[in-house]
Design a binder for this molecule. Structure first.
Ligand SMILES: Cc1cc2nc3c(=O)[nH]c(=O)nc-3n(C[C@H](O)[C@H](O)[C@H](O)COP(=O)(O)OP(=O)(O)OC[C@H]3O[C@@H](n4cnc5c(N)ncnc54)[C@H](O)[C@@H]3O)c2cc1C
Length: 382
C-alpha cells in the first residue's frame, strides 16, 4: 500500500498552493463581499494549466489523472470555495462531457478554449421541477422539419458558470422523444437562450450561477452530444467523477478550518492562557485533524480507483457524502473556535461557514449519495 502522491504531484501541489496563497486568498473576502466573479484570476488559473489537467495534450491539456485534478481543486478550495467550484464545474461539467462523449469535430472546436481556461463550459441539468429527480426533465428539444436544427424550449436553474463573460457553452439535457433524454451543446449567446440575473446565494458569492430560459432556441443538429437518448447515462457518468472532485473541495475546506483553528487556538488568550490550553478547544482541533485525515483517504482512494480504471461509483458517493458533511461540521466548529470574531465577515471562517452548506446539495444531495451507497449494498431501497 502506498499513501504517497508522486513527487511530480507533490511539486504541482506546491505550485497551486503558492498561487492560491498569493493570487486567491488575499482577494477572496472582497470577491465574496462584492459578489464579484474575478475573470482575471480565472484566466490566471487557466495559464497555470488547471482547466486542462485531465485532458490530452492535443487539446492543450496536460494528460494528468483525476487524482492530480483533485490536488489542484483541494489547494484552491483551501483559499476560496468559489474559485474551486468554478474550476470543478468547468472541468467536470463543462469540458468533461465533451471530451467523453463528443465527436472529433466537437472536441476540436470546444476543448482547446476550455482547456486553456479562456472559455468556460457549464452543465444545464437541473430544472425548477427536476433536481434529484433528473428523469423528470421537462425541457424539450425537437428536430425542425428539415432535421437541421434542434429547437429547445424549457427552463434550467442553478447553473454554475453559465453567465460569465467567458462562458462559451452550456451542455443542456432535454427530452428529445418519449422516455428519451439527450444532451445538446448550446453555445453562449445563441438567440432564444436567456441567461437570467445571477442568484443571490447564501455562499459561493464569487461563483457564477444563473437560471436559463429557452424559447425556440435553435442549434445545429450536429450539436447533439454523443448518442441520442443517452443523456441520463451521460450525466450519471460525469457526476460520478464530479463527486470526487467535489469531495476534494470539501477536503480543502476542512484543512483550511484545521489550520486556521489551530493557529488561533495557540494565539488567542483568555483567562491568561491560550484558548487551546482548554480541552474543549483543543479537542475541536483534534477532531478537525481526524476529519481531514478521513476525508483525504476517502477522496484520494475514490480518485485512485477511477484512475486505475476500476469501479468507483460507491466510493465516489461515500467520499462525497462523508467529506461534505464533515466540511459543514468543520466550518461550524472553526467558527466556534474563533468566538465572536468568527461571526465577522472579515474572517475567512465566516465565509467558509456560509460556503460549506451547498456542498451537501450540489452534484447529488447527501440523501442521493445515501441512496447510491444503499443500492450498492444490495438493499431494495427506492
Ligand atoms: C449553488 C448551486 C450550484 C449548482 N450548480 C448546478 C449546475 O451547474 N448544473 C446543474 O444542473 N445543477 C446545479 N445545481 C443544482 C443541484 O445539483 C440541485 O440543487 C440538487 O441536485 C438538488 O436538486 P433540487 O434542488 O431540485 O432539490 P430536490 O431534488 O427537490 O430535493 C429536495 C430535498 O429532498 C430530498 N430528496 C429528493 N429526492 C429524494 C429521495 N428519493 N430520497 C431521499 N431524499 C430525497 C433531497 O435530498 C433534498 O434534501 C446547483 C445548485 C446550487 C445550489
Amino acid at each position: 500500500m502506498d499513501f504517497d502522491l508522486s513527487a511530480e504531484q507533490e511539486a504541482f501541489r506546491g505550485v497551486v498552493r503558492e498561487f492560491a496563497r498569493t493570487e486567491v486568498a488575499p482577494h477572496a473576502g472582497a470577491w465574496d463581499r462584492d459578489h464579484t466573479f474575478p475573470v482575471d484570476t480565472v484566466l490566471a488559473m487557466g495559464r497555470l494549466g488547471l482547466f486542462g489537467l485531465p485532458f490530452p495534450e492535443e487539446y492543450g491539456g496536460s494528460g494528468a489523472d483525476l487524482t492530480t485534478l483533485c490536488v489542484a481543486i483541494e489547494e484552491i478550495a483551501r483559499a476560496d470555495q468559489s474559485m474551486a467550484v468554478t474550476l470543478e464545474a468547468a472541468v467536470g461539467l463543462g469540458a468533461n462531457p465533451i471530451f467523453r462523449f463528443g465527436t472529433d469535430e466537437q472536441k476540436a472546436r470546444w476543448l482547446p478554449g476550455l482547456c486553456a481556461g479562456t472559455a468556460l463550459g457549464a452543465f444545464g441539468l437541473t430544472e425548477p421541477g427536476a433536481g434529484s429527480d433528473a428523469g423528470a426533465t421537462a425541457t424539450t428539444a425537437v428536430l425542425d422539419e428539415g432535421g437541421d436544427e434542434w429547437v429547445i424550449n424549457g427552463e434550467k436553474c442553478f447553473i454554475t458558470n453559465s453567465g460569465t463573460p467567458i462562458t462559451e457553452l452550456v451542455n443542456v439535457t432535454a427530452r428529445t422523444g418519449p422516455g428519451e433524454i439527450s444532451t445538446i451543446i448550446v453555445p453562449a449567446g445563441t438567440p432564444g437562450m436567456e441567461v437570467l440575473a445571477p442568484y443571490r446565494k447564501m455562499g459561493w458569492h464569487a461563483s457564477d450561477t444563473h437560471g436559463l430560459v429557452f424559447t425556440d432556441c435553435r442549434v445545429p443538429a450536429a450539436n447533439l452530444l454523443g448518442e441520442r437518448g443517452r443523456g441520463i447515462a451521460q450525466f450519471l457518468a460525469v457526476l460520478d467523477e464530479g463527486r470526487i472532485a467535489l469531495a476534494a473541495m470539501a477536503l480543502g475546506l476542512i484543512e483550511a478550518c484545521l489550520e486556521l483553528s489551530t493557529t488561533y487556538a495557540r494565539d488567542r488568550t483568555a483567562f491568561g492562557r491560550p484558548i487551546g490550553a482548554n480541552q474543549a478547544v483543543a479537542f475541536k482541533c483534534a477532531d478537525l485533524a481526524v476529519a481531514a485525515g478521513a476525508a483525504r483517504l476517502l477522496t484520494y482512494r475514490a480518485a485512485w480507483l477511477r484512475d486505475m480504471g476500476r469501479p468507483f461509483r460507491q466510493e465516489a458517493a461515500m467520499a462525497k457524502l462523508y467529506t461534505t458533511e464533515a466540511a459543514v461540521a468543520a466550518t461550524r466548529e472553526a467558527t466556534q473556535v474563533f468566538g465572536g470574531y468568527g461571526f465577522m465577515d472579515e474572517m475567512p471562517v465566516s465565509r467558509f461557514y456560509r460556503d460549506a452548506k451547498v456542498l451537501e446539495i450540489g452534484e447529488g444531495t447527501s440523501e442521493i449519495q445515501r441512496l447510491v451507497i444503499s443500492r450498492a449494498l444490495g438493499l431494495p431501497v427506492s
